[in-house]
Write a protein that binds this ligand. Structure first.
Ligand SMILES: [Zn+2]
Length: 217
């Protein structure tokens, strides 16, 4: 799909919200569910955040023994998929466990965290994973973010953070579902890129972006 130009400060208005998805230590190299290149985007996000009036950060925040962890399923290993009552679920290494160092925000986005008006914690329900900033993976249970953004008269959500083909993708698609414009700044995100069909989870996500009108910047 075409990548549009990010046309400078003029492109950002007071009705835009920057949504920084899961900028956490466990998703960066050295962490428990590391996304290659994850650390490099943190400094870029830190430069970007002051240009937005509305900044929202999400934080993956699992209780120990969460059902999305491979360690909670005997005989399963990370990146297997299992059927959950709400649909197919990828099993992950234990990550972002509440209160652990890996669940903390990356130190290079310290200013962004300070600037954020809202931090949305997700994945705290022991039995349901939550990739999206808007809904848990049952696609029914709301996080409350859509209501907040509507109250603030936000029209466009600009997504950055980790990982492009999971939590960023699901968040952007749900933003469209909730009636917001949705853009992803590709320089400020990185993918896990697991094999899927003839390609990867990136190809799957980008096909969905095209269908839903998610824009890449
Ligand atoms: Zn998680």
């Amino acid at each position: 799909m075409g990548i549009e130009q990010f046309t400078g400060d003029a492109a950002i208005t007071g009705s835009d919200a920057l949504i920084v998805v899961d900028p956490q230590i466990d998703f960066c190299p050295g962490g428990r569910l590391a996304v290659a290149g994850g650390t490099e985007i943190m400094a870029e996000i830190e430069l970007l955040a002051p240009r937005f009036q509305h900044v929202v950060v999400t934080q993956d925040w699992h209780p120990a023994g969460h059902l999305s962890f491979a360690s909670s399923h005997s005989g399963r290993k990370p990146f297997d998929t299992v059927a959950m009552p709400y649909g197919e679920q990828v099993l992950w290494p234990d990550h972002c466990v509440q209160g652990t160092a890996g669940a903390e925000f990356h130190p290079e986005v310290e200013g962004t965290i300070r600037r954020a008006h809202v931090i949305v914690r997700k994945g705290y329900n022991p039995e349901i994973d939550s990739y999206s900033a808007f809904f848990e993976n049952d696609k029914t249970t709301r996080t409350g973010l859509a209501g907040y953004l509507r109250d603030k008269q936000v029209r466009r959500c600009v997504f950055v953070g980790l990982a492009y083909d999971f939590c960023v993708a699901w968040s952007a698609l749900d933003a469209r579902r909730e009636g917001f414009e949705a853009s992803i700044l590709t320089d400020c995100t990185q993918a896990i890129a697991m094999p899927a069909g003839d390609g990867t989870t990136v190809d799957v996500a980008e096909a969905q972006f095209r269908a839903a009108g998610v824009r890449l910047i």
